[in-house]
Every structure is written in C-alpha cells, then in structure tokens.
Design a protein around this ligand. Structure first.
Ligand code: DGY
Length: 325
C-alpha cells in the first residue's frame, strides 16, 4: 500500500510535491479542532501526520493514534508530547538547521527596531506627522557598545551573537538558564574571544538587550517572570524569537507600562495568536507575527525536510531528523 499522509495545512510546494510523489496525501480543507484531529489520527487511515507548530499533538491524541510518525513543520516541537509519542512507538521529526540565520536576522531586527523606535517612527511618517528634521525627534538607544545577553546558546543564539558582535555589541550568555552548564573554549568555536559566559542572574543584570533562545519546556516556562524583569536594567529591552510562554506576558505588560524595562521586541506570544491585554497598545514594543523563519527559501527548505521525515517514517525508516530516536 502506498504511504498515506495527513497534512493539517498546506506546506510550501517543494514539500507538498515530494509528499504527492511518495504516496496519498490528505490535505485538510480547514484547521481541525482537537476532537476532529484526534479522530482522524485514530482512524487508521493515515501513516504519518504532517503537523504545524500550532497543532496540539498531546497525550490524548497520541494515546489513540494509529500513526507511524508525526512530522512537525518546525524546528521546535513543544506542541508535541514527545514522551507520549515514544511510549506509543510513534516517531517524531523536526526541521533543524535551515532556519537558523533567518531567525537570528529577526532577533537582530528586533534589537535594532526596539532601540531605534522603528514602529513609532514609521507611524509618524504614515500619519502625516513628520514635519521635517528635528534635533530631538524620536531619539532612541545605541546598539554598539551595549551588552547583548543571550538566554541559551544553541544554533540561533550563536547566529545572533555573530550578528551582534558585528554591530559592536558586547555579548554575554547563559547556555541553559535557569540551570548552569559550562561551555568549553572548544565548544565556543569561532565565537571564542567574542562572547563571555556568565551566570544567568548576571546576564539578566548586565544586559541592555536580553534575547531569548531557549526551547520551551517545564524548566523554561515563565523563565522571564516579574522577578527577572525587575532584575533587568530600567533601560533594557527584552527580545523574544523563541517561544512565547518562556516569558510571563502579563508580567511583561506591567513591566513595560511601569517603566521597569524600556521596551520589548516580540515575534512569539504566550497564547498565540492572542496577545496579553494591553500589549498591543504599548508604544515601546515591536510586535511581529511569528515570522522568524518566514523567508521563501527557508520555508521551502523546511517543507523539504518535513516531507523527507514523513516519507521515511511512512516506510518504517528512521527519518533524517528524528526527535525521539
Ligand atoms: C520553528 O520552526 O520552531 C519556528 O518557530 C517556526 O518559525
């Protein structure tokens, strides 16, 4: 029997083409609710589910699923209960590597955009409020000479560090907050001498820009809470391109409103696509709709990886990028 793929939402054409070539594809016409998706996965009609990071693949779905694999169209896989999948013998795959630079670009864009008040500036021009050069118009913060604190030191954090160093920033990092882990000189690779490891509390206290690059798990849920925000410099900015729930968004809104920190640049939110009450009204924010990996070449590469994972899983082979080998 040819492989049967269930796809919750169309992925870019290069990935869809590989799936159509490899077997039978069922592309859902609209996003299914949890009950509908569970029933489809339990039907025995599909070998592999190709999921988006906004599909919740929890223990209740996996417990009744008759699938060989779940291929996530994302590098993050916090939407999937991986231990529950493993217990059921279901392989999970993701799309690492290809979105590193694009996501680091967005982190850098948010650093620059918050520092230089780009949204306020753009709004002023569009609303007809620009009345000519003014010595004190929209003065922002410097980036060069400032401290970038990285929470995490994986691929995207390192790529952000390279960009920040090129902008003259002093880069410090904590590799696995809130826990400690020493990164050796050898592991630093090309970043040796350009970045400094510090305990998490010192990264928080020293950062002019604190950028989040940790996966979402039970250790990092609300890693940045009211107490961490209070420990940041009053002139500091919070940048998040990782996962929304790493930041307590209600606490962030309060901190931004009360001037505890200067601003925030966010690509991800605690309850996407909802925003915490009041966040959208704050002028000292740059708010993007989770577009870290959203370039045409990157999304095409992610689609090819997701399809390659799905095709291998359907054949009972180890996929190129398994999460639970
Ligand atoms: C991922 O792949 O995990 C990203 O968040 C999508 O851009």
């Amino acid at each position: 029997m040819s492989p049967r793929f269930l796809v919750t939402a169309s992925i870019p054409e290069p990935g869809m083409a590989l799936l159509y070539d490899a077997g039978d594809v069922t592309l859902l016409p609209e996003v299914p609710d949890a009950d509908a998706l569970r029933a489809l996965c339990a039907s025995g009609d599909y070998d592999v589910l190709v999921a988006r990071l906004s599909d919740t693949i929890d223990a209740s779905l996996l417990g009744s699923a008759k699938l060989r694999g779940v291929s996530n169209y994302a590098v993050g896989f916090n939407n999937i209960d991986v231990p529950a999948a493993t217990a059921r013998g279901i392989v999970v795959g993701n799309t690492p590597g290809v979105l590193t630079d694009a996501t680091a670009d967005i982190a850098m864009l948010l650093i620059l955009g918050t520092a230089r008040r780009v949204i306020e500036a753009d709004s002023l021009v569009r609303s007809g409020g620009f009345s000519g050069w003014n010595p004190q118009l929209l003065m922002g913060s410097d980036v060069s000479g400032q401290v970038l604190g990285l929470a995490g030191f994986g691929r995207i954090a390192r790529a952000t560090a390279r960009r920040a160093a090129a902008f003259g920033m002093d880069v410090v990092f904590s590799p696995r907050p809130p826990a400690e882990r020493i990164v050796s000189e050898e592991e630093l690779g090309d970043l040796a001498g350009k970045v400094r490891q510090l305990p998490w509390e010192q990264v928080v206290a020293q950062a002019d820009f604190l950028s989040i690059h940790v996966p979402l798990n039970e250790d990092t849920l609300h890693l940045v809470d009211a107490s961490v925000l209070a420990a940041m410099k009053p002139g500091a900015f919070l940048i998040n391109t990782a996962r929304g729930p790493v930041v307590d968004e209600a606490a962030l809104v309060t901190a931004l409103r009360e001037g505890v920190i200067a601003g925030a640049g966010l690509d991800v939110y605690e309850n996407e696509p909802e925003l915490a009450a009041g966040l959208a009204e704050l002028p000292n924010t740059v708010l993007l709709p989770h577009i870290g990996s959203a370039t045409v070449p990157v999304r095409n590469k992610m689609a090819v990886l997701a399809a390659a994972n799905a095709i291998a899983m359907a054949k009972g082979e180890l996929p190129p990028h398994p999460v639970n080998p």
